[in-house]
Design a protein around this ligand. Structure first.
Ligand code: ACM
Length: 634
């Protein structure tokens, strides 16, 4: 009773502290479970001692990372010590576990004596340090030494632990290849926000990115294609004789290095081999694995599927493995043998999404398989395939996970489901008592538009920052015991560079980090916006890109009559003035502020918009051509 009263009191305090928009004091993402700011500050001395209560290996690694990080931005001396009660930073494992903290929770205390972090396990200390880092001035994010800084940190008491155990980010390294170093940098950025699962989408139509020693052609052929720049989906196919000059893959050695790097930062890597669809790179290497005989090549990003909308799609080219071919299962056995040896994680993801079944329908081998196995439709053919893959994965001592399409035609026993087509599949799978990771495209697809399509790099769909922020990994009415957690997915069809990838990921990645870490009671959109702005500054010092699209106008167009349209503007963020012009000059603060819906004056062909706050430009300069807006109104 006393315990529950204390928890209630703590929640009330938290809500009082956080539930009212702009919060004075530390601007943390994700917001901790509870935080009591103090009055003073502590200044880091130029000799920083880090005291370890125990010599457990995880803690030693953490303290070495911390020591390097402090040296490289402050230039201060650091030392790792034992039994020094007046050390600057004290990292302490609890002698007796504090059940309320779990495996990843921590207590962080900053006072005149210095900084103390305690936890049940090394992971908790690691997350406490990420929070501590965010308490320092933004310059601490610099990659080089910042001179003449007073490294002040506010007095505070924080108690914190995650809402869900699986806090994932997916990186698609198949459509565009990201080097080993770029993946390490990605890990560094994700752990700042307490993500702990890196899902690597290792194979797709545009590339096979993992060495399989027993099947060398997978990378010799499948890892390379002709380079294309420009608009995805409109590229010219690779021409006969054209060099495959783009691509890459991770060797076994690279994978071991990445797994160790991730492990030292409490990140588990989930490997995905996407089958039976999305398999052109594999089929280009071993064309005997497809039901439709022909010549195949790794896709350069040319169109071979048609997506008319409503989640429907039609294949122009067969990019599926053939479930009726025994050779397919022999090859997959080899693939999963090596994948299972390389990745220590208990799960292997087998994709299973977006399999166009039209080619299977026409295949004599599939018809024979259906007769033999008594399969009544193509969903059951897919389910037959998934279940056989499940057996292969289990034979390697691993559990299978797949996208929610693996439920079609009957879900394999024990399979975990990653719900991407909204939340429906995840809710159903949890009701069927299967483990679920929620990554609904409606909230967590961070490759989709985050602002008006006329002002953003081309993609499809729309997930604004506020929508990502409203993501709840545990849908109401679902037994949370079956929800492993939540995940943001960064597909890379259109992302050629790290700068573009970062622009899509942040700040939506912060919003989702808070969704999977912070209790619902401390979440608050206004406060998040305020903290996001502080993290823009931190990212500037870190050299990490991000999007400021939350300031840009939300444009709604309505047809009034004939070709006349009416444009309404709003904003995700409060306190924004949208200045507009219909002439050919960029609006500044002397131009009118949007108040009521606008109609184009005769002769005007563009509406130009810029968001300002307190007289300062915060949004992009946006030009909306009348012709485009008319199309939208239709
Ligand atoms: C997916 O987005 N096709 C999983």
């Amino acid at each position: 009773m006393l315990r529950s009263c204390l928890i209630t009191l703590q929640l009330i305090v938290s809500v009082l502290v956080f539930g009212q928009g702009t919060v004075p004091g530390p601007k943390l993402i994700p917001q901790p479970v509870s935080m009591q700011p103090g009055a003073g500050t502590y200044t880091l001395p130029n000799a920083v001692s880090i005291d370890l209560s125990d010599q457990v290996p995880g803690l030693i690694t953490i303290s070495e990372q911390l020591s390097e990080r402090i040296k490289s931005t402050t230039g201060f001396n650091t030392s790792i010590v034992r039994n020094m009660p007046n050390a600057v930073i004290r990292l302490q494992l609890n002698k007796q576990a504090d059940a309320s903290l779990g495996k990843e929770g921590y207590l962080l205390e900053v006072n005149d004596r210095g900084i103390r972090i305690s936890a049940n396990e090394a992971a908790g200390i690691f997350y406490g340090l990420q929070t501590m880092w965010q308490l320092f001035p933004p310059e601490i994010e610099s990659k080089t030494v910042v001179k003449n800084m007073s490294w002040k940190i506010p007095h505070v008491n924080i108690k914190d632990h995650p809402r869900v155990a699986w806090r994932g980010l997916m990186l698609d390294v198949a459509r565009h290849f990201f080097t080993k170093q770029q993946v390490k940098d990605f890990i560094d950025n994700m752990v700042k926000y307490k993500y702990n699962r890196l899902h690597l989408h290792l194979t797709d139509d545009q590339g096979w990115r993992i060495e399989i020693k027993s099947l060398p052609k997978l990378t010799e052929v499948g890892a390379f294609r002709a380079e294309r720049t420009g608009r995805w989906g409109e590229f010219k196919k690779q021409q006969p004789g054209e060099k495959s000059n783009y691509g890459g893959f991770y060797t076994h050695e690279d994978i071991r290095e990445l797994v160790a790097y991730a492990n030292a930062r409490f990140v588990t890597i989930l490997p995905e081999i996407d089958i039976p669809g999305h398999s052109l790179a594999m089929i280009a290497a071993y064309p005997e694995l497809v039901c439709t005989p022909g010549k195949y090549q790794v896709s350069v990003g040319d169109r071979f599927m048609i997506w008319p909308g409503n989640g429907k799609f039609y294949g122009i080219l067969d990019n599926n493995l053939c479930p009726a071919n025994e050779k397919v299962y022999e090859v997959l056995d080899k693939v999963f043998t090596e994948v299972a040896q390389l990745f220590p994680y208990e799960y292997i993801h087998m994709g299973g999404d977006e399999t166009y079944k039209g080619f299977w329908e026409k295949s004599a081998a599939i018809k024979a398989l259906m007769k033999k196995e008594n399969l009544k439709d193509q969903h059951e053919v897919q389910s037959y395939f998934v279940k056989r893959v499940g057996k292969i994965i289990e034979s390697k001592g691993k559990k299978m996970m797949g996208w929610d399409e693996i439920m079609e035609g009957g879900l394999a026993s024990g399979a975990a489901v990653m719900s991407w087509q909204g939340e429906k599949g995840g809710i159903e799978a949890a009701k069927m008592k299967h483990p679920v990771v929620m990554s609904p495209n409606t909230f967590t697809y961070v490759d989709l538009y985050q602002g008006d399509p006329l002002a953003e790099p081309p993609t499809y769909g729309m997930v604004r920052l506020s929508k990502s922020y409203s993501f709840n990994p545990i849908p109401p009415g679902v037994d949370s015991g079956y929800i492993l957690g939540g995940q943001a997915n960064l597909w890379s069809e259109r992302l050629h560079t790290v700068r573009h990838a970062e622009y899509m990921l942040w700040p939506r990645g912060w919003a989702i980090a808070e969704a999977v870490w912070s209790p619902l009671a401390v979440k608050d959109w206004k406060s998040f916006v305020d903290r996001t702005e502080a993290h823009f500054t931190r990212s500037d010092f870190a050299g990490t890109n991000y999007s400021r699209s939350m300031y840009d106008p939300i444009v709604n167009v309505k047809k009034v009559k004939d070709s006349t349209i009416e444009v309404s503007l709003s904003s995700e963020v409060e306190g924004i003035n949208i200045h507009y012009s219909f002439d050919e000059f960029e609006p500044d603060t002397f131009y009118p502020v949007y108040k009521t819906p606008l109609q184009f004056p005769a002769g005007a062909s563009n509406l130009k918009l810029v968001s300002y706050r307190d007289g300062k430009q915060v949004g992009k300069r946006i030009t909306l051509p009348l012709a485009d807006l008319r199309k939208r109104a239709r």
